[in-house]
Design a protein around this ligand. Structure first.
Ligand code: ARG
Length: 579
């Protein structure tokens, strides 16, 4: 909040010094080293450099025009041209008082608000969702929550893989050997079995492969029997996916699968041909990128020789549909890193096709999940790990942790807490690493109560809540509403001051997450906040403090609790009052 105000004032001062600079790009950020100040800008140096000015001189001139005395007790020019700001304690107290009243929680919504489409999760029909989809689901859901919190209009769309060549083999399997009982019990497992069986036999049986091809052609031509089988497979899968999403607390505004775009594909290819963007090459329709620095030599096929369409063709049709119907400012795609080339090609073709479209297209990609042996995460028998099994195991293990910590809790309470802690642990372990690096899946680490984990943060939150429960035991008349009197309150101890400033940075971090598509910033922020709270609580007694001290300390407890709760919820993690 203060950062936004400082940036605005800084922009004004820069324009006053350099009238020719329109909307100067200036950034203020928390100082790494508190010795230099609380906030800092290094933007003046690049502004000076671009204009051949002396950066220190520019910093001095801008400083002279700044009017920030309401928020800062000092502004200093430092080093080659930094400006360092030191906050006024009254300004911090004022923000604490207004936050307590519910006016804000240290962030402001961003303007202008954008409409953002987030394409994530997107599992494939007739296949169990695996841990690769979990990363997309958790990351995408978190980004959607961050954008919404910042006031943007978000449309979430699950681009389910419900059309494609796998259906030829699936239909062959379904017709010859469907086990209806197994289908009722675990539809995804049964469909997976059918697919694997036929797929494997096809390897040395060209006749069977041809049969699968025929079934696929029949499906594509609208054969009623095959269409009905396809519909049933899709609906079984979607029921299963819906159960998982419910458990994960993930919601979609749309689930327009690949099949939805089938009627558009022929038109897309024709248009690209007519515009000279695509061309025939050995019977296929291809887009070449010969003059492109990165994509040269890597053409994209949008219609195969046999007339079939590709993944890229569907994505082009999807993009055009979203642009026309939803008019977003940005589309964000969340998938694993192996799809980087695919999205580069799709985005480049789209730019040639719709050069007028002023839409930002972003591929937010992530690395793999590895087992503790450093190889792709698999079950002991070497199978890919199913998401449903993973969630069940997380709950069981968390149940163990909870029972050990708090044996006297009632059974249903324990179950509820185990569900929150288990799912929270998986989500957090997924969001914490830099998303582009691979990460090693470790039950022990993610469920530990010590360290940068969901259980640690959830527990930190319950400890804060318990302070308020105790407060009412000590003093039944204590007001439920924490308030501070800005005229009297003081942040006397160093630990109070550090904690208060960390609270103030919540908005800065949310904005950074949105700009870089990196929820790990928020994880680390919350972890630091919990650590600073622990230090504060160790050194500054709350319940036993004098009334004057107690007021501001309770305020810090209350606001840390609120930021932890909202922060965790923004990561998609539900908080609990006791653990
Ligand atoms: N179904 C795909 C997969 O499982 C992911 C789809 C991602 N979204 C997209 N618009 N291509 O790999």
């Amino acid at each position: 909040m203060l950062i936004t105000l400082l940036e605005k004032e800084l922009r004004r001062a820069v324009s006053a010094v350099l009238p020719d600079v329109e909307k100067p790009d200036v950034r203020v950020q928390p100082c790494q080293n508190p010795e230099f100040g609380d906030y800092q800008t290094n933007s003046l140096m690049s502004l000076a450099k671009a204009r051949g000015l002396n950066p220190r001189q520019l910093a001095c001139d801008v400083k002279d025009r700044l009017s920030v005395q309401d928020w800062c007790e000092s502004v200093e020019v430092a080093g080659p041209g930094f400006l360092n700001f030191r906050l006024r304690p009254e300004a911090v107290i004022h923000l604490i008082a207004t936050a307590l009243k519910g006016d804000h929680l240290f962030f402001t919504t961003q303007s202008p608000a954008q409409r953002v489409v987030i394409d994530f999760s997107s599992p494939n029909v007739a296949k169990p969702m695996h841990v690769g989809h979990i990363r997309s689901t958790i990351l995408g859901d978190c980004l959607a929550r961050v954008y919404r919190l910042l006031g943007h209009q978000v449309i979430t769309d699950n681009h389910i893989g419900d059309w494609g060549t796998q259906f030829g083999k699936l239909i062959v399997g379904w017709k010859e050997q469907l086990d209806t009982e197994a289908l009722e019990r675990d539809p995804l497992a049964e469909m997976d079995r059918l697919y694997k069986d036929v797929h494997q036999r096809c390897e040395n049986d060209p006749a069977l492969l041809e049969q699968a091809r025929q079934e696929l052609v029949k499906l594509q031509q609208g054969d009623p029997e095959n269409l009905e089988i396809w519909r049933r497979m899709t609906s079984y899968s979607q029921d299963r996916f819906a159960q998982l999403y419910k458990r994960l607390g993930v919601k979609f505004d749309f689930s327009l699968g690949e099949s939805f775009y089938q009627p558009h594909l022929e038109g897309v290819v024709q248009e690209l041909l007519d515009r000279g963007i695509a061309q025939y090459s050995e019977g296929a329709v291809v887009v070449f990128f010969e003059d492109h620095p990165e994509l040269a030599g890597q053409p994209a096929i949008i219609r195969k020789r046999d007339g079939g369409f590709n993944y890229a063709t569907t994505d082009l049709a999807t993009l055009a549909y979203r642009l026309e119907n939803w008019k977003p400012g940005e589309i964000v795609y969340v998938t694993d890193g192996r799809q980087q080339l695919h999205f580069k090609q799709v985005f480049e073709i789209f730019r040639r096709w719709h050069p007028e479209a002023r839409i930002k297209l972003t591929h937010v990609w992530f690395g793999a999940i590895l087992g503790e042996d450093g190889r792709p995460f698999k079950t002991r028998s070497g199978e890919t790990v199913k998401l449903s099994d993973l969630l069940e195991e997380a709950k069981e293990r968390a149940y163990g942790v909870v029972s050990e910590k708090n044996p006297e809790l009632g059974e249903s309470r324990k179950q509820k807490i185990a569900e929150c802690v288990g799912i929270g642990a998986i989500k957090y372990a997924d969001l914490l690493p830099n998303r582009q690096s691979d990460y090693i899946f470790s039950w022990d680490r993610m469920l530990s109560l010590n360290g940068n984990t969901a259980p640690y943060l959830l527990y930190a939150y319950t400890r804060i809540r318990s302070i308020f429960r105790k407060l009412r035991e000590v003093d039944p008349n204590a007001s439920l509403k924490v308030q501070v009197d800005p005229a009297k309150a003081r942040l006397a101890a160093q630990e109070e001051w550090v904690l208060a400033k960390q609270l103030l940075n919540f908005g800065f971090v949310l904005k950074a997450v949105a700009e870089d598509y990196r929820p790990n910033y928020l994880c680390n922020y919350l972890y630091d906040l919990a650590g600073q709270f622990a230090k504060f609580y160790e050194t500054c007694p709350v319940l036993k403090a004098s009334e004057e001290e107690r007021e501001v300390r309770l305020a810090l407890c209350e606001l840390t609790g609120r930021v932890l709760k909202l922060g965790l919820e923004t990561l998609g993690i539900e908080t609990i009052e006791r653990m």
